[in-house]
Write a protein that binds this ligand. Structure first.
Ligand SMILES: Cc1cc2nc3c(=O)[nH]c(=O)nc-3n(C[C@H](O)[C@H](O)[C@H](O)COP(=O)(O)OP(=O)(O)OC[C@H]3O[C@@H](n4cnc5c(N)ncnc54)[C@H](O)[C@@H]3O)c2cc1C
Length: 780
């Protein structure tokens, strides 16, 4: 969608292109698709929990443009439901991580502040030192907050006081370089090596003038000031003084002291533990940036080359930089913020999450993960998360569909891409084989249905447009036209030929399905073979529970959360009660709250070929069993008032809304749950060492093939909407400028310059150029 939106974003686009989008099944969206279920009060059924992050500058830019155009075209009028993007997406600043301390779960709430601006605004220039400075500032803030907490835990007060005394001592000799008198205290500068001591005196001394050396965070402030002054901003030049070493050393001393004082208490005192964890993470990241060559100079600018550490798993890399501190790195590596990162991106190879007796296949490229996490925390606009006020299909995909239709893009639903055939010289796509899944009655299909005034995707095809006999057969046999494992035969095969039917194609099917749709390409080209072998994917599972009580009656005492880091496999929970208003519940069945849960799903021991139609039902059964088990063992911590009497942890099943009125645990069957197992629905992982094998949107190696999806090398390289959008826009821009599609020409360094855009979904778009000049150029 992003590619199509970008390609058609100029008034003259029709002079150059004809665009057709081929989509398997009845709806757009892929992993972001959602549907309305008419048999269950038009409830929203999603592939999983989806939130947009406040740093998705390209995604929001496109969404904002799309909603503006909806209004211009009269497709949304004032007063229509969710008529503007700000009605469709609401800021969510409250996030909860779950700590597990000695087997006991504890909520760790975070209230991310509201930042100026709106997502999609121009982010403005930032260089590597801005990032480093922000991390140091956060560390300082964290430290100060602990000190200033209204009723500091006595223990924490003592720890901070001790560190304060030590910092004063350490810094007092440095004070010699400044005018003000040094406070009394033991000398500490001699803990620095001589060469560095001189540098510090000479270069940093003047920097100390305005620092209150009695402040506990004086050392942090020095590190921060050094960082601030380093990017060639005047007196201090990065090349001729060891600012990085000073920062590492100063921070290292500070952290050693903190661990010595606080390490013993981290299992006993929540506030101390959290302070130590956050400070240690900041320290490890800053130290690692300097020590592992992440900080580089390129064209006179300081940049962060995160790929320098992508061969490490994040946990291993953190361990390496924490090892010099007293205490066990495990306390940080197994902490809620680190587990939460893995959970956020389903970072478990094969879906093997940790459980009793199984350590879990943690695998997440350190650089890629840190890049995204720092963007998430440091660069969001407005709120850290933005929550959809209906299904993602309703608030994102439907508006894009409506606008693109309005612009003149053609959509062919029910077309499954079956094969890309190569030209004899293997240098281009010669043909695209499609399976037409159904017959349309009048050749026309309207995919959206209006629910309470909002155009939405249904959870099944709109059968009235389909041939009557086929429609009956599909319903009687409960055929899922999105499923890879199906007994349904295509009605017809269609071959699109290069030069006749298309001049260029965008492959936007996700990487898990590529072995099925382009086996020849993978066989013929080593870089494709490597990409498909190295860029791994994982199955996921999702559950939605419509509950009678509201959040507080369930016993949840905090604000409405997005939560992460909880008991596997449903490690993430979001309260999505807001979207109930968009569903169509009768008064006596109206849910008081709506919970979305999701997490990884371990691969089945054998994943059978497509002619095994029972496999999808079997896997859904596995999700059902897992979910019921989880709801019997994880509810008290979240919803203490929702426990089945006489049990310790089990959900009181009567609280689920079941229009069928089943009894007990059987009520779970009336909820929505799914196994995301279709090859293209598998979540794209960022396993260590894989980024370099990704191909860029313009790097297919075939002269008429462009790539879009979160699996490409898009500069973010994490499975998220922003990555898919960036890739789509990059693909479109390459086509628009008539760019040559290159082969792989060595790695590109991930970073913020790598793309701009929004989007998602899409299948394969065939693009026909009307101007023969541009046809020739692109095909070269
Ligand atoms: C459970 C879950 C939760 C997630 N939560 C978030 C979140 O909160 N925030 C976030 O930013 N990201 C989230 N993601 C990731 C996000 O969904 C993906 O990054 C995004 O959907 C990737 O888009 P894509 O276009 O690359 O691939 P996809 O979304 O997979 O789209 C692929 C498209 O190809 C089509 N297709 C597949 N096979 C064929 C075929 N043979 N013929 C024709 N068409 C075909 C599909 O129908 C689909 O339209 C989540 C993912 C999952 C699984």
């Amino acid at each position: 969608m992003a590619a199509a939106f970008e390609l058609t974003d100029r008034p003259d686009w029709r002079d150059r292109f004809e665009i057709t989008v081929y989509q398997v099944g009845w709806r757009l969206g892929g992993k972001c698709a959602s549907g309305r279920n008419p048999r269950a009060h038009e409830r929203i059924e999603e592939h999983g929990l989806h939130v947009l992050m406040g740093f998705y500058e390209n995604t929001f830019r496109l969404i904002r443009g799309c909603y503006d155009e909806l209004a211009r075209r009269g497709l949304r009028r004032p007063g229509d439901p969710l008529a503007t993007w700000q009605e469709a997406l609401k800021p969510q600043s409250f996030v909860v991580l779950e700590e597990n301390v000695n087997g006991r779960w504890i909520h760790w709430p975070f209230d991310f502040g509201v930042k100026p601006g709106l997502p999609g605004d121009d982010p403005g220039p930032r260089d590597a030192w801005d990032v480093i400075l922000d991390i140091l500032t956060l560390m300082g803030d964290e430290f100060r907050r602990s000190r200033e907490a209204r009723r500091p835990a006595r223990l924490l007060g003592r720890i901070i006081g001790t560190i304060a005394g030590w910092v004063t001592g350490l810094l007092s000799p440095m004070r010699l370089a400044s005018d003000s008198p040094a406070p009394p205290g033991p000398a500490g500068l001699d803990t620095l090596p001589e060469w560095l001591r001189d540098q510090v005196r000479e270069r940093v001394g003047a920097e100390l003038t305005n620092i209150d050396l009695r402040a506990e965070d004086g050392l942090l402030e020095i590190a921060r000031r050094i960082a601030r002054r380093t990017p060639g901003g005047g007196a201090l030049e990065p090349r001729d003084w060891p600012g990085e070493d000073v920062i590492c050393l100063v921070l290292g001393e500070f952290m050693r002291r903190l661990w010595q004082e606080a390490g013993k208490e981290i299992a006993r005192d929540d506030r101390t533990r959290r302070l130590v964890i956050m400070m240690s993470l900041g320290y490890a990241i800053v130290r690692g940036i300097f020590k592992d060559g992440v900080l580089k100079e390129r064209d006179g600018r300081a940049v962060l080359d995160w790929r320098a550490i992508d061969d490490y798993d994040l946990r291993d890399w953190l361990r390496k930089h924490l090892e010099s501190l007293p205490g066990s790195p495990d306390d940080v590596i197994n902490s809620a913020p680190v587990r939460g990162v893995y959970d956020l991106v389903f970072g478990y190879r094969g879906g093997v999450y940790p459980k009793p007796g199984v350590p879990g296949n943690y695998d997440l490229a350190a650089g890629t993960a840190l890049d995204v996490m720092l963007r998430l925390v440091l660069t969001y606009k407005g709120a850290v998360y933005w929550k959809m006020q209906a299904g993602m299909g309703d608030v994102v995909l439907a508006p894009f569909y409506e606008v693109l239709r309005g612009r003149g893009v053609r959509f062919e639903f029910f077309h499954r891409v079956k094969n890309l055939g190569l030209s004899p010289d293997k240098g281009s796509v010669a043909s695209i084989l499609l399976g037409r899944q159904v017959t349309l009655k009048n050749g026309e299909y309207q995919p959206l249905v209006r629910i309470k005034g909002l155009p939405c995707w249904p959870s099944e095809p709109v059968y009235e447009y389909l041939d009557d006999e086929e429609s009956r057969a599909l319903q009687d046999q409960k055929i899922d036209l999105e499923s890879h494992w199906t007994s349904w035969q295509d009605r017809e095969e269609i071959t699109l030929k290069a030069g006749e039917d298309f001049d260029a194609a965008i492959l936007a099917i996700s990487i898990g399905a590529l072995p099925h749709v382009c086996p020849e390409l993978i066989r013929e080209r080593a870089e494709w073979r490597e990409m498909v072998a190295r860029v791994l994917t994982v199955q996921t599972q999702a559950v939605q529970l419509w509950l009678r009580p509201d959040l507080s009656a369930l016993g949840w005492r905090l604000k409405s959360p997005v939560m992460d880091g909880y008991g596997q496999p449903y490690n993430a929970w979001a309260d999505m009660t807001d979207v109930v208003a968009r569903e169509d519940w009768p008064h006596d069945h109206r849910p008081g709250s709506l919970a979305y849960l999701c997490g990884p799903l371990e691969d089945a021991p054998v994943i059978p070929p497509a002619d095994s139609p029972g496999f999808a039902a079997q896997e859904k059964g596995r999700v059902e069993r897992t979910a019921v088990e989880w709801l019997k063992s994880h509810c008290r911590h979240l919803w203490p008032e929702a426990i089945l009497p006489g049990t310790a942890e089990e959900l009181n099943w009567d609280l689920l809304i079941d229009p069928e009125g089943s009894q007990g645990q059987a009520r779970f069957k009336s909820q929505y749950y799914r196994a995301n197992i279709n090859p293209s629905d598998r979540y794209v992982l960022s396993v260590k060492g894989s980024s370099r094998y990704r191909l860029r949107p313009d790097e297919s190696g075939l002269s008429n093939l462009y790539l879009a999806g979160d699996w490409t090398d898009n500069g973010i390289n994490v499975g998220c909407v922003e990555a898919a959008v960036v890739s789509g826009v990059e693909a479109a821009r390459s086509i628009r400028v008539g760019g040559r599609v290159g082969g792989r020409v060595g790695g590109r360094v991930g970073g913020r310059d790598n793309g701009r855009s929004q989007g998602d979904s899409a299948k394969i778009a065939s693009i026909r150029r009307e101007s023969s000049a541009s046809v020739r150029r692109v095909g070269e």
